[in-house]
Design a protein around this ligand. Structure first.
Ligand code: SF4
Length: 315
């Protein structure tokens, strides 16, 4: 089960300034099948609900929090609430954070900043900024960006991989477990960042004979960085061709041709990735290519999330 910290309003809690919520069905209904949520709301903690709206005002690079109508400076109360909510989520074994867009607290690059009455553009809200500073190479997104199928697929893949990395970190006993982990993630890592994928292979090979603790630490630090990269159609096609290379000899010429046509159709954004993956999985089962069947790249998260089922998922 994943554990994800989420802006409380996205879970439907009536906690926004006007006592409404903004439930996000993808989070609650789809991810909710596989995740428990740690809700947070720095504004509710600082000011209660309902409350006056606030805005971030830049004063010589200093961020002040000002109430919109009564013009009170509530920076200190807000900063204390941000710290409190940060500690709350830091004390949980979370594998991701989902923030509410456009909020002066939670917006991830979408919070409006002001100086006097002038707009200073959009940046990270106060809580989002603090989360980014404290959670390095961590799955963090805001719900509005997750409407993009490509970002959504990348984020969910990262969430599940991050959770498995955390489990490995806590439970690892032998070098073989690290080798098996890397073996299962090989193609997924390659689809994210080829150079890092090769470096990770070198770390696991451990020619310097480092201790299990040191190797695992080095490996997972780079693993977390690597899964934070976004995939692309080009990189995915490379990996697909690589996969096919593993059982090319077993395939009939009709199967070979069919796979080739499907991969090209995926590259041309005619068919979604799931179609190609299903064919590869079917053939890997038929020819008992167990090495491929164990690859996370084929099944990085539960199938019913259906994130590879649209053409827009590829970019
Ligand atoms: S956006 Fe953040 S601060 Fe605003 S109601 Fe939602 S959780 Fe609270």
């Amino acid at each position: 089960m994943l554990k994800i910290a989420v802006s409380a309003c996205l879970l439907g809690e009536p906690i926004r300034y006007d006592k409404t919520g903004q439930r996000d069905r993808f989070i609650t209904d789809k991810l909710g099948k596989y995740a428990s949520f740690i809700p947070f709301c720095p504004e509710h903690l600082a000011f209660g609900t309902p409350r006056e709206t606030i805005r971030i005002v830049l004063d010589n690079e200093h961020k002040k929090v000002i109430t919109v109508f009564s013009k009170n400076d509530v920076t200190q109360a807000m900063n204390e609430a941000v710290e409190h909510e940060l500690h709350k989520i830091q004390n949980e074994a979370i594998c991701g954070i989902i923030l509410k867009s456009k909020s002066p607290s939670c917006g991830l690059g979408s919070a409006k900043y002001y100086s006097d009455a002038m707009s200073e553009g959009k940046k990270d809200g106060l809580f989002a900024f603090t989360c980014k500073a404290h959670f390095e190479d961590f799955p963090i997104e805001e719900e509005a960006r997750l409407l993009d199928p490509w970002l959504r697929e990348n984020f969910v893949m990262q969430l599940f991989a991050y959770e498995e990395a955390m489990q490995l970190q806590h439970n690892i006993q032998t070098m073989q477990e690290l080798v098996s982990f890397h073996t299962a993630y090989k193609f997924l890592l390659q689809s994210k960042h080829e150079a890092n994928y090769r470096l990770l292979g070198k770390i696991v090979a451990n020619h310097e004979k480092k201790s299990l603790h040191v190797v695992t630490h080095d490996y997972l630090a780079l693993f977390k960085k690597t899964i934070a990269y976004k995939g692309s159609i080009g990189k995915t096609v490379n990996v697909l061709q690589h996969l096919v290379g593993f059982f090319k000899k077993e395939l009939t010429s009709a199967e070979k041709q069919d796979l080739h046509i499907q991969i090209e159709a995926f590259r041309d954004e005619i068919v979604p990735l799931i179609a190609v993956m299903n064919t590869i999985e079917f053939l890997a089962k038929k020819y008992e290519v167990h090495y491929l069947l164990g690859q996370k790249f084929l099944n990085p998260y539960p199938k019913d999330l259906a994130l590879r089922s649209t053409i827009q998922e590829g970019k």
